[in-house]
Structure formats: structure tokens, C-alpha cells
Design a protein around this ligand. Structure first.
Ligand code: TXA
Ligand code: MG
Length: 343
């Protein structure tokens, strides 16, 4: 047998031994309780599990396992000084991860957890540098999505204390709101032992509100579904929206983030062939390609990221977005747009 033929038959033999499916992570549609339990076990063993929350999909790792957390950074392509949110199963876990918690932070947790709100608080010894980006503060959230809560509860049964999870997208890209978005973003970076839990489209569609609770007044670092009005009403206290007033660093507050491949511009007329996102009552200018026509601000938030992704799938070079006016979720949408726009 010639050398070349021998090489070909060796490659053929090896390819029969390798089960290619084992090299790809598995997507589990509508997982059963037993499948969620297995996902929790996989997390405890140090593998990654992408899971739905009501805001966006997260890429989960055991928050106490440095090796697992370092894989999150490499899969996302995220610089290691950008901290991760630790997801916990209930307010009862707050004391495990945090110390010297301001009273108003506890009140916020009581009012809005489970929900789309992340509190930045002083870290306990459990929150290591590899989670906090070497800052003395930790970000904590109890998500409201039932599958996420089941995963957290099962994870605790295996002795887990919290699931670190950034949005399950490559660094700087648009957050995923469906399991297939996660798959498209990360499939080449995940391995056969990792999992994606498919819980359908996220009901809110925008990332949580992040509140710096380390000082005497709450400072909103990233506007989100829990609005400034909701926070002020709940606390009977004025909260501030500002990055400048806080000495805490967040990657979402960087200038360029949440960006699709297409160039994004706001509130200008589209040229023929441009993508177009606006409320349903704004007609599509001639030649533009309509990507979303939400009928409410909730629908705008829910479909916003998938509309940007749709523009990329269609290979559009430019997407024009007519920004929603008003308060609440509209503030969060305008915030993301201010980071996504091309300069
Ligand atoms: O809705 C959400 O918040 C989603 C879901 C999965 O929970 N998560 C999410 O994570 O958006 P990520 O990592 O994509 O964005 C979280 C932001 C980042 O800008 C990060 O820098 C900031 O929160 N952050 C997390 N922990 C922090 C900490 N200890 N101090 C300051 N900023 C923190
Ligand atoms: Mg993110």
C-alpha cells in the first residue's frame, strides 16, 4: 500500500472512532426537570451551560470555580477585568456573596427580586477576583425566568452557591434572546460537554438594570427594565442615572457595545436597501427593509435585538432605528442604541 493510501485509510479509521456529535455542545429544547438537573450537575463539574433568563440568555459557569469562569471569558472573548454577574436562587443567598449591605439595597432586593435588576454590593470572601474583575464589589441578581430559577435551585442541591453568567454573546456583540442566537454566537467556542438550555424567546429582551449600591444613594450604571421611577418609588429616595458619579467600572458602559455587524444610525431617513426599525405607526420609507414594527414599548424591547440580528442575517450594511420616546424601557433602549451606533 502506498504511503498516501495508508494515510487516507488511517484518517478514515480515526474518523470512525470519533463521534462528531460528542464534539458539539447539545441544545436541549424545553428541558424536563431531569434534564435541568443534569445541566446543574454539568455546571458543578465545571462545564458551561447557556440558559434563558427573562432579560437575555446567559452563559453560565460555577461562580466559585476559577477554571470554569476563565472559560466563560475565553468563549466570550471578553477581557478578564470585566466582572461577571453572579446569579443566585433567592434573596436568602445575598449574605453569602455580600457584606455591609446598604439597607436600601436590601429593600430593592425585596421589591424587585426575582427580576431584571442587578445589585452591585461589597463582596464577601466568596466573590473572588476572577468574578469581580479585581474590584471589591460583586454584582448579584435573582432572575425571574422559571427555568433559570429551577437551574439555580438544582445547582444548590449539588452544593453550588451561584452561577456566574454574562450575556451569551461574543464580547461587544448583540445579546442573544433565543437559544439559536446563542448557538450562532458561540457554537464554535463551546465543547461537547457544554449545554444550551432552550427556553424560547426571552420575555423582556433587554439586559437587567445595574445599580451601584455601594454608596449612600443608589446609582444606576445601566438603565434597564426596572426603571428609575420604579426604583425611586420603591425607596422613596432619589436615585441617579450616571456612570460618571460611580467609581465602578462596567463593560456595558463602554462606548461601543451591543453592536450588530451592520452600521447603526438613529433618527435619520433610510436610503433604499437600509434596514429600518420603528414603532408600527411609523411607515416604512420607500426602499427600506422593515426589520420590526413593535406595537408597544414592551414589544420593542423584546424584539429589538432579534431585529438587529435579522439585519445581519440579511447581510444589510446599514440599519436605521427610530428611537422610542418616553421613560421606562424606552430609556434602556436608547441607552443600548447610544452604544450600538456607528461613529
Ligand atoms: O440581564 C442581564 O444582566 C444578563 C443576564 C444573563 O443576567 N447579564 C448580563 O451580563 O447582561 P453582562 O456581563 O453581559 O453585563 C453585565 C454588566 C457588565 O457591564 C459588567 O461589567 C457589569 O455588569 N458588572 C458585573 N459585575 C460587576 C461588578 N462586580 N462591578 C461592576 N460591574 C459589574
Ligand atoms: Mg453583555
Amino acid at each position: 500500500m502506498g504511503t498516501r493510501r495508508r494515510r487516507v485509510s488511517v484518517i478514515y479509521f480515526i474518523s470512525k472512532l470519533v463521534k462528531w456529535d460528542d464534539l458539539l455542545m447539545e441544545i436541549i429544547n424545553n428541558p424536563t426537570q431531569v434534564e435541568i438537573m443534569k445541566a446543574a450537575q454539568a455546571l458543578k463539574e465545571g462545564h458551561l451551560v447557556a440558559f434563558p433568563t427573562e432579560t437575555v440568555y446567559g452563559l453560565g459557569a460555577d461562580a466559585a470555580n476559577e477554571k470554569a469562569v476563565s472559560r466563560v471569558y475565553s468563549v466570550k472573548g471578553r477581557p478578564t477585568n470585566h466582572p461577571l454577574i453572579v446569579h443566585i436562587s433567592s434573596i436568602n443567598q445575598l449574605d453569602k456573596w455580600a457584606i455591609d449591605i446598604q439597607e436600601y439595597a436590601i429593600n430593592l432586593a425585596k421589591d424587585f427580586w426575582p427580576g431584571s435588576m442587578t445589585l452591585i454590593v461589597n463582596r464577601s470572601e466568596l466573590a473572588k477576583d476572577f468574578i469581580t474583575g479585581r474590584q471589591n464589589f460583586v454584582g448579584l441578581r435573582v432572575p425571574a425566568q422559571p427555568m433559570a430559577l429551577t437551574l439555580l435551585a438544582e445547582f444548590e442541591k449539588y452544593g453550588g452557591l451561584g452561577i456566574a453568567a454574562p450575556s451569551a454573546n461574543r464580547f461587544g456583540a448583540v445579546s442573544p434572546t433565543t437559544a439559536s442566537d446563542v448557538n450562532e454566537e458561540l457554537q464554535t467556542f463551546l465543547t461537547g460537554d457544554d449545554l444550551i438550555l432552550d427556553g424560547g424567546q426571552c420575555s423582556v429582551g433587554l439586559e437587567s438594570t445595574i445599580i451601584d449600591c455601594t454608596g449612600p444613594v443608589p446609582i444606576i450604571l445601566r438603565p434597564g427594565p426596572i426603571s428609575i421611577e420604579m426604583i425611586s418609588n420603591s425607596l422613596n429616595m432619589v436615585s441617579v442615572i450616571s456612570n460618571a458619579k460611580s467609581n465602578i467600572r462596567t463593560s456595558g458602559s463602554m462606548e461601543s457595545h451591543y453592536s450588530p455587524k451592520a452600521a447603526v444610525f438613529t433618527d435619520v431617513p433610510p436610503s433604499p436597501g437600509d434596514g429600518f426599525i420603528a414603532m408600527y405607526d411609523i411607515p416604512t420609507p420607500s426602499g427600506a427593509i422593515r426589520l420590526a414594527s413593535p406595537t408597544s414599548i414592551e414589544e420593542y424591547a423584546k424584539d429589538f435585538y432579534s431585529a438587529l440580528r435579522l439585519g445581519d442575517k440579511k447581510g444589510l450594511k446599514v440599519i436605521i432605528v427610530i428611537q422610542p420616546g418616553g421613560s421606562g424601557l424606552a430609556v434602556a433602549i436608547r441607552d443600548r442604541l447610544s452604544k450600538a451606533v456607528s461613529r
